[in-house]
Design a protein around this ligand. Structure first.
Ligand code: ADE
Length: 241
């Protein structure tokens, strides 16, 4: 998979994507990631990327032109590599809510372009012109789309072959099957007077599986009634204790 990020802070994005699990996988070439400076596509001497909003109001709005020209160059680079035109996602607080299900969909694509706004937003016309979709990572407002793009890139890339050391790892995690993850423990057996649940030391795999499934269900029911309701409905089960 190839991911491109169009941003005013390419070094920030590049640094985050060079560390830890994603950084290691990037060096192993499990995927390709490129960060692009939108400011490089300005046509004015000051390299200014934003202007006052028509109609007045606080803050500045990013101009359509540099975002557009940056995206066209990214599309050209993808096509020169024999890839299709990338799926284009604009990161905005007004987008559709991001979920693991969306991460799984995006992870199937050969290439993806994430576009980050800054300031009070972007000229709507460049979104209309280029966006396949707009995504929000939650009901709160960030100062820019970079953290949102990094959340999307991380959650999509961890699903690519070779990124995680144990591929079955992500199947058990939160949201994969609609339930929250069961609690995990490691050594020592007793810490600060708190013992590991005895079933996990029993070596009885069927009992361990049953305990974990029960914990996942119970946690979901208590912490996320919204997810629990959907889980039960999808399985045609009535709510259990
Ligand atoms: N830009 C500003 N806030 C955002 C959010 N919540 N999600 C995605 N992009 C954003």
């Amino acid at each position: 998979m190839r991911i491109d990020i169009a941003t005013l802070f390419p070094d920030l994005c590049d640094t985050v994507m060079s560390e830890s699990i994603i950084g290691r996988a990037r060096r192993k070439e499990c995927f390709e990631l490129h960060c692009h400076q939108i400011r490089d596509y300005t046509l004015n001497k000051q390299r200014q990327v934003d202007d006052y909003p028509y109609g007045g109001g606080p803050g500045m709005v990013m101009n359509a032109q540099p975002i557009h020209d940056c995206c066209l160059e990214i599309i050209r680079q993808n096509e020169a590599q024999g890839l299709p035109r990338p799926h284009i996602v604009f990161m905005t607080a007004a987008g559709q809510p991001y979920t693991e299900e969306k991460a799984r969909q995006l992870a199937q694509l050969p290439n993806l372009l994430l576009v980050c706004g800054h300031y009070e937003g972007m000229d709507e016309r460049v979104i209309e012109e280029l966006a396949d979709e707009e995504i929000s990572i939650g009901d709160y407002v960030l100062t820019g789309g970079e953290l949102a793009a990094l959340v999307v890139a991380d959650s999509v890339l961890r699903l690519q072959p070779g990124v995680l050391s144990a591929p079955e790892g992500y199947q058990e995690e939160s949201y994969w099957n609609g339930l929250l993850e069961y609690p995990q423990y490691t050594r020592p057996e007793v810490w600060q007077g708190r013992a590991v649940p005895p079933v996990l030391l029993s070596g009885h795999h069927a009992n361990i599986e049953a305990w974990r499934a029960q914990q996942a269900r119970e946690r979901t029911r208590q912490r996320r009634p919204d997810l629990w309701e959907k889980y039960c409905k999808d399985r045609g089960e009535t709510e259990k204790e």
